[in-house]
Design a binder for this molecule. Structure first.
Ligand SMILES: NC(=O)c1ccc[n+]([C@@H]2O[C@H](COP(=O)([O-])OP(=O)(O)OC[C@H]3O[C@@H](n4cnc5c(N)ncnc54)[C@H](O)[C@@H]3O)[C@@H](O)[C@H]2O)c1
Length: 250
């Protein structure tokens, strides 16, 4: 059993991030919850659920692609909750479109949140993790970063970037007691996941591709993230775990 810990979860107002925040709280973590301003009602709702369990929850509004906001967020999290043991870089966006004609701003927006956001939140936490000789960094990539799907080349590139970043960072900070791992969700039923699932035919095609013959729920991602965040995974770093129900590609 992991002793009482603190975690910061980005993009925690809904979907996979909310499930992770609730799941970590259920495992005894006090949780700093991040999202953007317009998700205030949802984020406060998740915080309320956590507080009802007796754990502490702190809502922090910041765009993870904005360095100044990220630094202020991390400072506030440490001031209110104490040192952050685990960070889950979950905030992400998906804007679909074919490469031919993809606006430069869309490429930049997806890379900025998914890849640069992961880098900046991690970088802001590293000094305190290094000073303590302890840290768990769990980055939410995607099976899309391994093979991808049409109209998601920029999303795939951003998630491949997260995986490459994580593998190298694991080598840089391993000697300091900090682990860095990635979880790659498959097709999960969330607001973002619905992009792939709205059409019933596409939905059953995705279900048929999994060994378990179903689409995932946000809760399916929690256990693997909690494992990487825990002391049970003290000697596990630089890894990338698919959480996709066993998608079998022909
Ligand atoms: N749903 C899937 O099928 C799936 C599959 C693979 C990977 N993922 C990844 O899992 C993560 C969570 O996805 P989800 O399906 O829960 O999506 P979602 O859209 O339901 O939730 C994403 C959350 O991130 C927040 N967010 C967006 N931009 C932000 C920013 N700049 N700063 C802070 N927060 C921001 C959103 O407000 C939202 O709360 C993402 O990184 C996504 O790429 C999802």
């Amino acid at each position: 059993m992991t002793k009482a810990r603190t975690a910061l979860v980005t993009g925690a107002s809904r979907g996979i991030g909310a499930a992770i925040a609730l799941g970590l709280a259920a495992r005894g973590y006090d949780v700093a919850l991040n999202d953007i301003d317009r998700q205030k009602t949802e984020l406060e709702g998740v915080a309320g659920q956590i507080r009802a369990t007796g754990q502490r929850a702190l809502c922090l509004y910041a765009d993870v692609s904005d360095k100044a906001q990220v630094e202020a967020m991390v400072a506030q999290a440490r001031a209110d909750l104490g040192e952050i043991d685990a960070v889950v870089n979950n905030a992400g966006i998906l804007i679909s479109g074919p490469v031919d004609g993809l606006p430069e701003q869309v490429w930049d927006a997806v890379m900025d949140v998914n890849a640069k956001g992961t880098f900046m939140v991690t970088q802001a936490l590293l000094p305190s993790m290094k000073a303590r000789g302890y840290g768990r960094i769990v980055n939410i990539a995607s099976i899309g970063g391994k093979h991808g799907a049409p109209e998601q080349a920029h999303y795939s590139a951003s998630k491949a970037a997260v995986m490459g970043f994580s593998r190298v960072l694991a080598q840089e900070v391993g000697p300091l007691g900090i682990t860095v791992n990635c979880v790659c969700p498959g097709i999960i039923l969330t607001d973002m996941g619905r992009v792939n699932l709205d059409d019933p035919e596409t939905r059953s095609a995705w279900s048929a591709k999994t060994a378990m013959a179903r689409i995932g729920d946000p809760e399916d991602v929690v256990g693997p993230v909690a494992f990487f965040a825990s002391d049970d995974a003290a000697f596990v770093t630089g890894q990338t775990l698919n959480v996709d129900g066993g998608i079998v590609f022909s």
